[in-house]
Ligand binder design. Structure first.
Ligand code: FES
Ligand code: FE2
Length: 362
């Protein structure tokens, strides 16, 4: 599989940023073993409701903290205490910062060297999102959020768990600049197109006729960092926000999720709205599946043979490379790419009545 080095992305193997690591409701069933960024990780929700993500292995004898289902302490529902978790083997207790703060059979001070890494984690958009930085730095931007997600007028649809894709996230991010695939792949050719870079945010504005619904589609789509895409889509009377998340698992593979919210017709969404949301969800998933199907069957594009009338793939890749660099180098990349980028022979949104951006968080 293609690596970050193959794409010449920068010194890091995995990108820095906020990433989806689970659907929030998955943690209602108890602790979960997950694997991202080439590492085994332990994910659980503390009694206060706080999600916690730790490196998986207990320092005592290397037990995975959340992979055992048969240990008595797990069966008895006694593994979580407050926001801490006990190892299922000998019961050492790790707090949410990753430090051992109790050993059931030892009165001395808990060894500091038993500490394991803890990652910043929050719930947003129905997802558990974790901050990953290969060097352990703190988050330098906020998780994406949308007021509509929790508004009763809007119908959220549950996440589609699309599994692990044997493709580097770079190829998924390429979609943002890829104006010329919207016709052949999605049956929705752009009549105008624009990309904008704002530090850690990558925006695409476009619109065109939609074969499937025989209507005109306006979209504003943005990545907040390298792993979480939101897209506002307006066609006929329909308004949806789509969510697409990609999180590196191993180098060259990505776990993907898809979800969204649909604007209902009244202050509180009705059954009719929920039925319409299901239809919109199916349509959005079908559209995304067309990309997915291509990604599953393509070879890595380590470089793009970019024509003058293609979108700005190279600039998009430059933007993406900031997450594989030191913060100092990332700041220089942002300075270099920030601003608007246009595609030859494509009108600007302003010329085509693209006015769907009000209230968007950038
Ligand atoms: S291996 Fe974790 S407490 Fe012994
Ligand atoms: Fe696409």
């Amino acid at each position: 599989m293609a690596t970050a080095a193959d794409y010449k992305l920068g010194p890091n193997t995995f990108p820095r940023g906020w990433f989806v690591v689970a659907e929030s409701k998955e943690l209602d069933k108890g602790p979960k073993a997950v694997r991202f960024f080439g590492q085994d990780l332990a994910l659980y929700r503390g009694e206060s409701g706080k999600p916690v993500l730790l490196d998986a292995y207990c320092a005592h004898m290397g037990t995975h903290l959340t992979a055992s289902t048969s240990a008595m302490i797990v069966k008895n529902g006694e593994q979580i205490e407050g926001d801490s978790i006990r190892c299922p083997y000998h019961g050492w207790r790790y707090n949410s910062a990753g430090d051992v703060d109790d050993i059931p059979y030892f009165d001395g001070p808990c060894p500091k060297s038993a500490s394991i890494r803890s990652y910043p984690v929050v719930d947003s958009l129905g997802c558990v999102m974790a901050w990953f930085d290969p060097d352990g730095r703190h988050p330098d931007y906020d998780v994406p959020s949308l007021p509509e997600w929790d508004d009763p007028q809007w119908v959220p649809w549950g996440l589609d768990h699309l599994g692990e894709l044997p493709i580097h996230s770079q190829e998924i991010l390429d979609n943002m600049a890829d104006v010329r695939h919207l016709g052949p792949t999605h049956g929705c050719p752009s009549q105008y197109f624009e990309n904008e870079f704002k530090d850690h945010i990558y925006i695409q504005r476009q619109g065109g006729p939609m074969q499937l619904y025989e209507t005109y589609l306006y979209t504003t789509t943005w990545y907040t960092g390298p792993g979480i895409l939101l897209s506002k889509q307006v066609f006929a009377d329909t308004v949806i926000y789509e969510l697409i998340a990609n999180t590196p698992v191993e180098e060259g593979s990505s776990q993907c999720w898809h979800g969204g919210v649909f604007r209902g017709s009244a202050d509180v969404a009705s059954d009719e709205d929920r039925a319409a949301a299901e239809v919109a969800h199916a349509g959005a998933l079908e559209a995304f599946s067309a990309d997915f199907n291509i990604w599953l069957n393509k070879r890595p594009a380590l470089t793009v043979m970019q024509l003058k009338t293609d979108g700005p793939f190279r600039t998009g890749r430059k933007w993406y490379s900031q997450f594989y660099e030191t913060p100092e180098k990332a700041a220089r990349i942002q300075e270099e790419v920030n601003g608007f980028h246009y595609t030859l022979n494509m009108p600007k949104p302003a010329e085509m009545n693209h006015d769907i951006d009000e209230g968007l968080p950038f």
